[in-house]
Structure formats: C-alpha cells, structure tokens
Design a protein around this ligand. Structure first.
Ligand code: CP
Ligand code: NVA
Length: 307
C-alpha cells in the first residue's frame, strides 16, 4: 500500500483499519513465502531497554530483504552521555533509511520523529507497543480466520500492551475486555481513543473483575505485572495481581476453543500458570514468530520495497 511509504508508526492509532488489514495480509503472504520483497536499506535500532524478540525479529527481517541493521544501544552512542534526541535525530536521519526506537517516554519517539524525515517505528515505550499488537492480530486471524464476533480479554496491568491492544482490537473490530486491579487501569485517554475508533462495530469493557472478563472469551491475553523500569515494584504487586493470573480455573470460564496469548517474556506462576503456557490453547510461540512477518511487512511498506 503506497500510502504507508515514508510513514511513522508511533502509536497503533496512526494506522487506519484498511492499513492494519493490508499489513496483516502482507504478513501472511510473507509467512507463506509467496512474496519476497527486496529492500537493501539500513535500519537503526535505537534501544534504551532490553529486547530479545523485537531486536532479533527486526534484524532478521532486514537481513531477509537484503538490508542492514545497526545496533544503536543508547549506552553505545552519545545519547547515553546526554546528546539531545533532537540533535541525534537530525544526524541519524542523514545516515539511516528507517529507525526503530525502544525507550521509556512516548515523547522521545515523537520528538525524534518530529526532527527526522525517515520513518520512525515505536519498538516499545511505556505508553505503547504497536509492533507487538500487529503480530498478535495476525495470530488471532490465523486461529479463527475472522475477527468478527470474537472477544479478546486482557488480564493484568493496564500497561503499554493493554493500550496498543485496545487500539488494535478497535481497529479490526474485535470486542475487547481489559481486567486490571483498580489502580492499574489503562489510561482514560487511550480507552476514549479506542472507543472512538471502534464506534458501533465492537465493544470495549474496562473492569476489575477477571472472572466476568474471561467468561466466553475467545482469546485470553496477559503480560508481565511489572514492566521494564518497574522491577523494584514487582514483589509488592504479586498479591494485588494474583487474581488476574491466567490459569486452568480461569480458562474453564472462557470459550471452549479459546486461545491464550502472551507477548513474552513471561513469568510462569505469576501472570500465567505453567500448565496454561504449555497447554494446547497456547499460541504464544506462533505469536512470537509473527513478530518477524508483521515487522517485515511494516518495514517493506514504509521503505517502499520492491515486491
Ligand atoms: N515482546 C517483546 O517485545 O519482546 P522483547 O522485549 O524481547 O523484544
Ligand atoms: N509491558 C512489558 C512488555 C514487554 C514486551 C514491558 O514494557 O516491559
């Protein structure tokens, strides 16, 4: 889709429904091997947080397309010594063709994008993780061949994953329920945006009741209870979040054909039981694989690759 060439992806709400469906279809073609884009361009990975999946899947995607990747871990660059993001953006813009940024503040990716002409991709901030949710939607579509009439239930912390998931489900018309402890609900402005996108097409429910949220759901999804940068709060959160664990009793409330997703990394017996993670309902490894296909579709699209 030509409309994606040169575009940033800072929030999932930057994409229209048609653009998300285009990327999912393109990702499915990439996965089947029916298309093999060529894109001998250079991607910079400007990461201030740890990453296994995002780093490796972006790198492998560029490699498959004949491109290159530069690892710009913030402690290897002058950014780690205080060079402003505005200056870094204007310089890297002259060398790179696309950049993926993983950092804390959403404002940092927005400032970078404001000062760079190349496409800027949010590879996770405290606010959003749009690339993850593209892979999640591909995984849901593979399992059910539709989004219509399905309900996605997210349990745990109302964090970056919950935010992008709300927006992503709204974009494709999945009903979404988010169950969190009262003090950990998703930001009201993200919920409002998701409701605006969903319109009458699908429902959005924010609740503190994990059992009500799980009832009849087709997809159960969870993430860590303490995100990167919150490690010191992890122990205190365990008793607060334990009722939101995805385990066998919770699965018994969901649709009998329900699948389970987790963006990974996972902490077994915290947000998800070992048994559920290893059960036949788990699509977690397909979900991780789909990071490669959806991000390759995204890179090829924003770079205007030859198909
Ligand atoms: N799910 C995800 O983004 O994993 P990484 O933190 O390993 O990149
Ligand atoms: N919410 C998690 C997601 C990790 C992929 C975090 O930000 O650490």
């Amino acid at each position: 889709m030509g409309a994606l060439k040169g575009r940033d992806l800072l929030s999932l709400a930057d994409l229209s429904t048609e653009e998300v469906l285009f990327l999912l279809d393109f990702a499915a073609q990439l996965k089947s091997g029916s298309v093999q884009p060529r894109c001998p361009k250079v991607l910079g990975l400007l990461f201030s947080k740890a990453s296994t999946r995002t780093r490796v899947s972006f790198s492998v995607a560029m490699g498959h397309m004949g491109g290159q990747v530069l690892d710009l871990n913030s402690n290897l660059t002058q950014m780690g010594r205080g060079e402003p993001v505005e200056d870094t953006a204007r310089v890297l813009d002259r060398y790179l063709d696309v950049v993926a940024i993983r950092t804390f503040e959403q404002a940092e990716v927005e400032t970078f994008a404001h000062h760079a002409k190349i496409p800027v991709i949010n590879a996770l901030t405290d606010l959003e993780h749009p690339c993850q949710i593209l892979a999640d939607l591909q995984t849901v579509f593979e399992a059910f061949s539709t989004f219509d009439g399905l309900t996605m239930t997210y349990l745990g912390d109302g964090n970056n994953i919950a935010h992008s998931l709300l927006l992503g489900c709204a974009l494709v018309g999945l009903n979404v329920r988010v169950a969190t402890p009262q003090a950990f609900q998703p930001l009201p402005e993200i919920v409002a945006k998701a409701k605006e996108i969903a319109g009458d097409r699908s429902s959005i429910t924010i609740t503190t009741d994990p059992e009500q949220a799980a009832k009849g759901a087709h997809i159960l999804y969870t993430d860590v209870w303490a995100s990167m940068g919150q490690e010191d709060k992890a122990d205190d959160r365990v008793p607060i979040f334990m009722p939101y664990q995805i385990n066998a009793p919770l699965m018994a409330l969901a649709d009998p054909a329900a699948i389970v997703l987790h963006c990974l990394p996972a902490y077994r017996e915290k947000e998800i039981s070992h048994g559920v993670m290893e059960s036949s309902a788990s699509r977690i490894w397909d979900q991780a694989e789909n990071r490669l296909h959806t991000q390759k579709a995204l890179l090829a699209s924003v770079l205007g690759a030859e198909i």
